[in-house]
Design a binder for this molecule. Structure first.
Ligand code: FMN
Length: 224
């Protein structure tokens, strides 16, 4: 067995400012905030959640609702590291939230970055060429032509600005976010399946200097 020891995270003694990745952005797509609907009760969700592996297309209202509840920012405040700390539905080490969600929607070749603070999508220019092979790899794992592909892309420098030996925190953040999305999808009557592939080596080509890395994928749609 090979266990990769990621060490034991500890806050650094000195405050390190961090310059966020600059994405090559294009068109903006506003999302509906998601009309109030009666979700399943929390207890019902906890006892009945299952992975869904068949997907029908969802509309912007359904996507907006999922992202609003599971991924949007509820509160943000400035930090000494030159980026905001935030409260969202998922916990995150240091309130840093280093994981970006990149979305590929059915019938649209573009990839979109979800902006948790403004609850909208922004097109990432040039991403399609870099991630096309990744879509094929996803299809080898699970057919998802009608699904929204959600690629988890970590920006480790955010978490590592505060913590030494912080890589395991990023993987645990990815798991926490995955669980919140899975539970929220189920509560909203949607189908969600995490994929075991990470998105590597394709996700990291989205930045020139190794600032981004794929830490998972999930498929989202309406159940059949
Ligand atoms: C990190 C992770 C990776 C997974 N990868 C896959 C996958 O590649 N393909 C798949 O069909 N299901 C995948 N799953 C879903 C599991 O197979 C599923 O959670 C498990 O079978 C238990 O079923 P349940 O979620 O319905 O309780 C993954 C789940 C997790 C948490």
């Amino acid at each position: 067995m090979t266990w990769i020891d990621l060490g034991n995270p500890a806050p650094k003694d000195t405050i390190e400012p961090y310059e966020l990745v600059r994405w090559p952005t294009g068109q903006i797509k506003r999302l509906p905030s998601g009309s109030a609907q009666h979700d399943h009760a929390f207890e019902q969700v906890i006892i009945s959640r299952r992975t869904g592996r068949e997907f029908r297309k969802i509309d912007d209202e359904q996507l907006g609702r999922l992202l609003r509840q599971a991924c949007s920012s509820r509160e943000a405040w400035p930090s000494d590291h030159s980026f905001d700390l935030e409260h969202r539905a998922a916990p995150s080490a240091g309130a840093i939230h280093p994981i970006h969600l990149l979305l590929h929607l059915p019938d649209d070749p573009r990839w979109w970055l979800y902006q948790p603070q403004g609850h909208y999508l922004v097109e990432i220019c040039g991403a399609a060429a870099r991630l096309d092979v990744l879509l094929l790899k996803c299809a080898e794992v699970l057919e998802g032509n009608n699904a929204v592909h959600i690629l988890f892309v970590a920006e480790p420098g955010k978490t590592l600005a505060k913590y030494q030996d912080g890589c395991s925190l990023i993987w645990r953040d990815a798991g926490a976010l995955l669980a919140v999305i899975a539970l929220t999808a189920h509560a909203q009557g949607l189908s969600f399946c995490p994929l075991g592939i990470t998105g590597e080596p394709w996700a990291s080509t989205l930045a020139d200097q190794g600032q981004l890395v794929g830490v998972g994928l999930g498929l989202l749609g309406a159940p059949r």
